[in-house]
Design a protein around this ligand. Structure first.
Ligand SMILES: NC(=O)C1=CN([C@@H]2O[C@H](COP(=O)(O)OP(=O)(O)OC[C@H]3O[C@@H](n4cnc5c(N)ncnc54)[C@H](OP(=O)(O)O)[C@@H]3O)[C@@H](O)[C@H]2O)C=CC1
Ligand SMILES: O=C(O)[C@H](O)COP(=O)(O)O
Length: 496
């Protein structure tokens, strides 16, 4: 894996180093965290188990380097982001290989994640120059009782130190979706990669390092979230937290101080299929949306709510497509690969067994070998079953039959998880009315839920998140507004 480009990130001990102030270092703890390959259930890598003292040192360095970084011209920041994007593309293969090993992401999807991340950085560089390069001027006489003797210059200034915490399922793309906008806005970043995906994250960080970012602008701490996470998120030097993951985000939001939060949490994305839907289109999107990356996407289709009139026909189109999905190892680009951990596999199995006990009809059998779960399609799922409400984050898709669309909308809005949803109908007026009624951050019309393309606003309602992602919204969220008021001796009117 190590090459001249990546050679320095690996310690002689065989554990990957952490990255601080432009240097790759071993932790004084002398301890490491084992990264288990979900496919083999064997240890594949080791990384540093960093100490609280190293966290403190990292934040101290971040605070001091931010002052210098904020004085870097926008065009220079953009140039560096574009250089990092170029290096990500040039050195993508080792990063993609880490994704296959650490998170069992199919090879093709792993490479796609890295290239998508480079594209995100390029777009962030261009959008950042535009968005951050403009401010506003306000004239006092627009408010009753005032003459034009005050000019207010409104500018966007950096927050300071952004703590970025991405999840296991996109350890590169959901890292750069935080890092790019943060750096472009003049902040510095402390990145805490997910344990599963951390080595991909370290390789990604090397691309930023080699791109020429000044020391201390991007720092990467490694260690289990359960061990150093709370110390990180409650650290007094944190000026913003950008987090993607599960319910952990909810507890972080209760512990964090007076700092802006950008949270993208779980999804229970419903797919409403109306009686007038194009069922071939719906079936194709349901299968791809439900089973890509073995359902381990917050935007995966997690519940089909189909009008009873067309349910049998829809099921007849879905089943053969599910049966055709290849099941096996990520190295072989199988459609369904092992889920991230035994804990996750056990959780998913628990939901399936609950549905079975409560009378769900199995359209494909549930089969498991270690962390590898065969795609499971359940029909006649009822609201009494946990699967109608909870997020499996696995290759399991429940189908609920409804008598009216209103029933489907009611089910969707009853769930506290409210990220995305989708609706299939051939009547655009009806589609807009249903979309407006669905209380989720995004509604896809005649397609499966998705975060991409990455410049689209992406947000969760209720327990699915705080704030909004998407490149422009992330840029706007990672600055604060500053007013500078010029007080003139006398009123002055242009052309007056
Ligand atoms: N919205 C989304 O895109 C995603 C949602 N999920 C949901 O979350 C569930 C669990 O997945 P998982 O990846 O374990 O999600 P977690 O929320 O546990 O982890 C997400 C990130 O948070 C870190 N973390 C864990 N504990 C803390 C803490 N106390 N303070 C700060 N950071 C912490 C993790 O680090 P570490 O890995 O070291 O624990 C990881 O980097 C999934 O089943 C799914 O329902 C998961 C992934 C993506
Ligand atoms: O958090 C997630 O799982 C991702 O945001 C989903 O992204 P995608 O829709 O591009 O797979």
């Amino acid at each position: 894996m190590a090459s001249d480009f990546y050679g320095e990130i690996l310690a002689p001990s065989g554990a990957y180093k952490y990255f601080i102030n432009g240097d790759w270092k071993e932790s004084a703890s002398g301890k490491s965290v084992a990264i288990v390959n979900p496919s083999t259930r064997q240890t594949a890598y080791n990384v540093q188990a960093c100490t609280q003292a190293e966290v403190n040192e990292m934040f101290e360095i971040s605070r001091s380097s931010q002052k210098q970084w904020a004085q870097t011209p926008l065009w220079k920041r953009a140039e560096l982001l574009k250089k990092a994007a170029t290096l990500l593309r040039e050195h993508a293969l080792p990063i993609a290989s880490c994704l296959v090993t650490e998170i069992a992401k199919p090879s093709r999807d792993s490479m796609t994640e890295v290239i998508r991340s480079a594209d995100l950085l390029d777009y962030t560089a261009e959008e950042g120059v535009r968005v951050l390069g403009q401010g506003k001027i306000l004239n006092s006489d627009s408010f009753p009782g005032n003459g034009r003797n005050k000019l207010c210059l409104v500018s966007k200034v950096a927050l300071g130190v952004v703590l970025a915490i991405p999840p296991f399922n996109y350890p590169v793309n959901l890292a750069v979706s935080k890092i790019g906008p943060a750096l472009m806005a003049g902040n510095v970043v402390v990145l805490k990669p997910p344990t599963q995906g951390v080595v991909a994250g370290l390789h990604m960080a090397q691309c930023f390092h080699k791109a020429g970012f000044p020391k201390g602008v991007l720092n990467v701490i490694t260690g289990k979230g359960s061990e150093i996470g709370d110390f990180l998120t409650t650290h007094p030097s944190v000026n913003c937290i950008s987090f993607t993951g599960g319910d952990t985000g909810i507890s972080i939001s209760k512990k964090a101080g007076m700092v802006p939060l950008q949270m993208e949490l779980g999804g229970k994305d419903v797919c409403i299929v109306c009686e007038d839907a194009n069922l071939d289109l719906a079936a194709k999107h349901i299968v791809k949306g439900g089973f890509s990356y073995s359902g381990q996407r917050c935007t995966a289709v997690k519940l089909v709510l189909v009008h009873d009139k067309v349910a049998d026909e829809l099921v007849s189109k879905i089943v053969p497509q599910v049966q055709k999905l290849s099941v096996g190892m990520p190295e072989n680009d199988c459609d369904i690969t092992p889920v991230i951990s035994e804990t996750s596999a056990n959780f998913i199995q628990g939901l399936v067994l609950d549905a079975k006990e409560k009378g769900a009809k199995f359209l494909t059998e549930f089969k498991r070998e270690g962390n590898l779960l065969w795609p499971t399609l359940l029909d006649h799922v009822t609201p009494a079953m946990r699967l109608a409400w909870e997020e499996p984050f696995g290759p399991v898709l429940p189908i609920v039959r409804v008598q009216t669309v209103e029933q489907a909308i009611e089910h969707c809005n009853k769930n506290n998880i409210a990220l995305q949803g989708c609706v299939f109908t051939q009547d655009i007026n009806r589609a807009i009315m249903i979309s407006d009624a669905m209380e989720t951050g995004t509604v896809q019309i005649n397609a499966a839920p998705a975060r991409g393309p990455d410049h689209f606003p992406f947000q969760g309602f209720r327990d699915s998140g705080i704030g909004s992602q998407g490149i422009t919204n992330s840029l706007e969220m990672m600055v604060k507004t500053k007013s500078t008021v010029i007080n003139l001796e006398a009123e002055s009117y242009a052309m007056g």
